[in-house]
Design a protein around this ligand. Structure first.
Ligand code: GLY
Ligand code: MN
Ligand code: MN
Length: 360
C-alpha cells in the first residue's frame, strides 16, 4: 500500500476532529492502527492531532515502524502509556478521543489516572471501522489476491482428498497450501466438519475420518498482505443422498438469491431476507441460524453485518461475504460462502471456485 494512502486517511480523520469536538484521536486497536499508519507491529498507539500524527511503539519495533510508516515515531523506554500520557500533557490537549470498544479497562484506567485534570477521554465508537467499510482500489486488489490464494489452496487440496482422511489433516493441508501460495496465515481457524458435525456452524476439525455418506463443510480463509478472504465449500464423501442433495440445492439457491440482491443502496437486511425467503420455500429457514454475511478486510469479520437486524445500506467498494447455511442436528449441515464486492450496478463475485458439491 502506498504511504500516501495512509497519509490521506489520517488527514481525513484530522480534518473531522473539530466537528467531533476532539483535539486528538488515540488509536491502539491493531487493524485501525494499521489502516491509519501502515504499522503492523503488535504494540503501538497512534495519536492523530490536527497538524500531525505520532506513532508510539517500543524498541522492538523501532526499525519496522520507520520502514512501515511516515508518522513521527516515538519509541518508549518503558510502558507506552507513560510516554503517551507525557506527550498528551506536553501538548496540552483537552478532549482526547479513544475507542472504548477496542481498549481494555486496564489501559483506559491507566491513561485516565495519569491525565492532567483538564484533559478528558471522550468515547468514539465505530468511526475508523466506518471508514474501513468502503475499500480503496488498492485494498480490493489485495482482497482479490487473498481470495485467489485461498481458492487455489482449496482446489489443490481437494484434488488429493480421499475418504478416510482425518478432518484435522485436511485442515492442516489447506493451511499449508495457503501459506505456500503466499498467505501469511489463515484468517480464522479453518473449519472442516464432517457427517453430523457439519451441523455445527463453527466446528473445529477433529480426528474424525471422512466417511462414505458424509457431508463435509470446509470453511477457510487467508490473510495475505493483511487482507482477509473467506470461502465455504461442501464436499460429499461418495454420492450424496436425496436429503443432502435437496439441502444443498436449497442453500445454493439461497446463496444465489442473496448475491442477486446485492447492489448499492439496498439494506443489508434485504440481502439477508433474500436468502431466508428461498430457504423458507424449502421449509429450511429455521435451520439457518446465523447471518447471511459480513464485511471483511483487515479483519475477517468487520462491518457491515448482513443479518436480520442490520439496516445499513450497501455502497460500491464494500467487500462482504454471502454465506447462508442450513443445519440439521443429528444429520448434517450445508453452507456455501463467497467473497463479493459491491459494484456500481450490483456485485462482483471474487471467489473463483466452482460451487457444485465436490464428491470425493
Ligand atoms: N468462518 C467464519 C465465517 O465464515 O464467517
Ligand atoms: Mn467462512
Ligand atoms: Mn464468513
Amino acid at each position: 500500500m502506498e504511504n500516501s494512502q495512509y497519509e490521506e486517511r489520517r488527514q481525513r480523520v484530522a480534518a473531522a476532529l473539530p466537528e467531533r469536538k476532539l483535539d486528538c484521536l488515540l488509536v491502539a486497536f491493531s487493524p485501525n492502527l494499521r489502516y491509519l499508519s501502515g504499522f503492523t507491529g503488535s504494540n503501538g498507539a497512534l495519536l492523530i492531532l490536527a497538524e500531525r500524527s505520532i506513532l508510539f511503539t517500543d524498541p522492538r519495533y523501532r526499525t519496522q515502524a520507520a520502514q512501515e510508516s511516515t508518522c513521527k515515531i516515538r519509541v518508549a523506554k518503558g510502558a507506552l502509556v507513560l510516554d503517551l500520557v507525557a506527550t498528551l500533557g506536553k501538548l496540552g490537549v483537552k478532549r482526547i478521543g479513544y475507542e472504548p470498544a477496542r481498549m481494555t479497562c486496564d489501559a483506559f484506567e491507566s491513561i485516565k489516572s495519569r491525565l492532567p485534570l483538564r484533559a478528558s477521554l471522550e468515547p468514539v465508537t465505530g468511526w475508523i471501522e466506518e471508514l474501513r467499510m468502503v475499500k480503496s482500489t488498492a485494498e480490493l486488489a489485495l482482497i482479490r489476491r487473498s481470495v485467489e490464494t485461498n481458492s487455489r489452496a482449496f482446489e489443490q487440496t481437494v484434488a488429493r482428498v480421499k475418504p478416510g482422511m482425518r478432518e484435522r489433516d485436511l485442515a492442516t493441508e489447506l493451511e499449508y497450501r495457503m501459506r505456500r501460495l503466499g498467505a501469511e496465515k489463515p484468517s480464522f481457524e479453518t473449519i472442516v466438519a464432517s457427517g453430523v458435525r457439519s451441523a455445527l456452524p463453527h466446528a473445529q476439525p477433529t480426528a474424525a475420518r471422512l466417511t462414505k455418506g458424509d457431508l463435509v463443510v470446509v470453511d477457510m480463509g487467508a490473510f495475505q498482505e493483511g487482507y482477509a478472504s473467506d470461502m465455504t465449500r461442501m464436499l460429499s464423501v461418495g454420492a450424496p443422498n436425496a436429503k443432502a442433495t435437496r439441502m444443498y440445492r436449497a442453500v445454493l439457491e439461497a446463496q444465489l438469491a442473496a448475491i442477486d440482491a446485492v447492489r448499492p443502496g439496498v439494506t443489508t437486511v434485504s440481502v439477508d431476507r433474500a436468502a431466508r425467503r428461498v430457504l423458507a420455500g424449502y421449509g429450511l429457514d429455521h435451520c439457518f441460524i446465523h447471518s447471511t454475511g459480513h464485511g471483511l478486510g483487515l479483519e475477517i469479520h468487520e462491518p457491515p453485518r448482513l443479518g436480520k437486524r442490520d439496516r445499513r445500506r450497501l455502497s460500491p467498494g464494500m467487500a462482504i461475504t454471502i454465506e447462508p447455511g442450513a443445519y440439521i442436528e443429528g444429520f448434517g449441515g450445508v453452507r456455501i460462502e463467497d467473497t463479493v464486492v459491491v459494484t456500481e450496478s450490483g456485485c462482483e463475485i471474487l471467489t473463483p471456485t466452482a460451487k457444485e458439491l465436490h464428491v470425493v
